[in-house]
Design a protein. Structure first.
Length: 123
């Protein structure tokens, strides 16, 4: 029996859970929701496997975005990378940004991503 056998017949369930699993990975759940997902994943091999693969895929995409030149990134990629960097605890407050909604232009976001990437590279 392979790890993929756990997915057989569970595709619909995993698809239903995908949003919650991704929110869990991104730290966007309340503590109660986080705990519920952790208990579910302990009991559900299909979701446990899906969570592992979602994490690998997200890290691969974000890693690829981090190594690319900021000027080559699309507006959507800039938003995604900025969200990821901030979720990882890279503080934008040090650059005078306390409310991301105020970053109304893509160029402002690009500048912030450049600064946050430079900070990560210097760690």
């Amino acid at each position: 029996m392979t790890e993929y056998d756990e997915l057989f017949g569970q595709e619909d369930h995993v698809e239903e859970m995908a949003g919650q699993l991704l929110a869990y990975l991104r730290g966007r759940l309340s503590s109660a929701e986080k705990q519920a997902i952790e208990h579910h994943v302990d009991d559900c091999g299909a979701c446990r496997l899906a969570l592992v693969h979602l994490e690998k895929a997200e890290q691969a995409v974000l890693g690829e975005l981090l190594i690319r030149d900021v000027n080559e990134l699309s507006d959507l990629e800039i938003d995604e990378l900025l969200s990821h960097l901030l979720e990882q605890g890279v503080s934008a407050g040090a650059f005078g940004v306390t409310d991301l909604e105020r970053l109304d232009s893509v160029e402002m976001k690009r500048q912030l991503v450049r600064r946050l990437k430079a900070r990560l590279e210097n760690k």
